[in-house]
Design a protein around this ligand. Structure first.
Ligand code: LLP
Length: 384
């Protein structure tokens, strides 16, 4: 729900823009932290979900570390004040330059995704006269039951090291003089709402931890990744995900947690619901079979519907008319530039303001300049 005083302020602003509800962000971070710390777990915020400077600063000030997937994300985390010993770095395609930067920044650990990467990190660490702390990202062959594009833990996915390669991994770890084995990392996908996926993950983690320890590798850290989903259909009823259910599922099922540090990498669950994409209606076009509400935000501002068929709740926040059905589309020259089909909106006219909710995660960070459109501005609830 966007409060009336903000809607009044929106009327004076050029659209489209991202609007962040900072109170909801703080409440979400607090609820997450309180469930996390009950169990002594540690969290690294996945910067890829939203790298807005004020959001990063809020996340950092609440004690979160950073989860990065590129050298530039590591740099941004460092420059945003995240302590280097709370930064983790994953990604299947780390370049030499990125690895050297992260080594010099003395990050907590690399989450290494393949054997050749492990060899390269070892060699580069040797050259830099550093010891590289490395956790191995494991591909546990789990179907996260989410969109195929954001499933990362099935054996056909490009991510992580699968069990068939463990003997080679053990041999490589033994001879890698510049690698310090820090633990195991898992991330099986995003927008996961079925707790059974996390139950299954826990049992795989227990199993893999056992395999490593039987071979004499002490697993000090277990990183369970991110992936907890949010409610895109009812954001106003469930603005904060059920962190209690999530962490108690992990606590009940992860037997190997005892005596080890358990880490998480939340992205979406922390920031999705505090963000809204605010747009104006340019035209209402009455077709023979459908009504189109053409708005001034496009797929370049929020690509999730075009890329994943994702559905975000859409609301006309300035109309009081009756509900009618519209296809809500943007101005970009692609038919996939569509935020929703047959969306029930209050009767809509040119100039009305449309809010696309739950846009805080993977919204602004994935924006692009296709059609030479400009990157949308940002406003915050406490500064508007
Ligand atoms: N850790 C790793 C290694 C990841 O790759 C990701 C997300 C996360 C943590 C955070 O996952 P989260 O808690 O946000 O689910 N653009 C897509 C989502 C891509 C997720 C990429 N990896 C979307 O808009 O749905």
């Amino acid at each position: 729900m966007i409060r009336r005083k903000y809607i009044d302020a929106f009327r004076k602003l050029e659209t489209p823009f991202y609007f962040y509800d900072m109170d909801l962000l703080v409440r979400t971070l607090q609820e997450y932290s309180s469930e996390l710390s009950k169990r002594g777990y540690k969290a690294h915020y996945a910067l890829k979900a939203n790298a807005d400077p004020r959001i990063l600063s809020m996340v950092r000030s609440m004690g979160f570390g950073a989860d990065c997937v590129s050298g530039n994300e590591v740099r941004l985390a460092v420059e945003s004040g995240f302590p280097s010993d709370k930064i983790v770095y994953a990604g299947v395609g780390k370049t030499d330059k990125e690895i050297i930067y992260a080594l010099k920044a003395d990050i907590f650990c690399f989450n290494c995704e393949s054997l050749p990467e492990l060899e390269v990190i070892d060699a580069l660490a040797g050259k830099c006269r550093k010891k590289a702390r490395v956790s191995l990202r494991i591909n546990p062959d789990i179907d996260a039951h989410t969109h195929s594009y954001i499933s990362t833990g099935r054996k056909e996915d490009k991510f992580g090291i699968s069990e068939y390669a463990f003997d080679e991994v053990f041999a490589l770890l033994e001879k890698s003089a510049n690698i310090e084995f820090a633990g195991l990392h898992f991330h099986v996908g995003s927008q996961i709402t079925d707790m059974n996926v996390f139950r299954e993950l826990c049992s795989k983690v227990d199993n893999v931890v056992g395999l490593f320890e039987n071979r004499g590798f002490q697993v000090q850290n277990i990183n369970m990744g991110g992936g907890l989903g949010v409610d895109y259909e009812n954001p106003e009823i469930f603005p904060v995900p059920d962190f209690r259910e999530y962490f108690s599922t992990i606590a009940r099922n992860l037997r190997s947690a005892k005596g080890r540090t358990v880490h998480f990498e939340p992205g979406r669950a922390l920031v999705a619901q505090c963000g809204h994409l605010i747009s104006r209606v340019l035209y209402v076009k009455h077709g023979q079979t459908r009504n189109f509400a053409v708005i001034d935000a496009g797929m370049n501002d929020l690509i999730r519907p075009a890329l994943y068929g994702a559905s975000h709740k859409i609301e006309n926040i300035t109309s009081t008319g009756d509900y009618l059905e519209y296809d809500v589309v943007g101005p970009v020259c692609e038919s996939s530039d569509r935020f929703g089909s047959s969306v029930s909106l209050r009767e809509t006219d040119r100039g009305d303001i449309i809010a696309i909710h739950s846009a805080g995660a993977y919204g602004q960070v994935m924006a692009m300049r296709y059609n030479q459109r400009k990157i949308a501005e940002t406003y915050y609830s406490d500064l508007i």
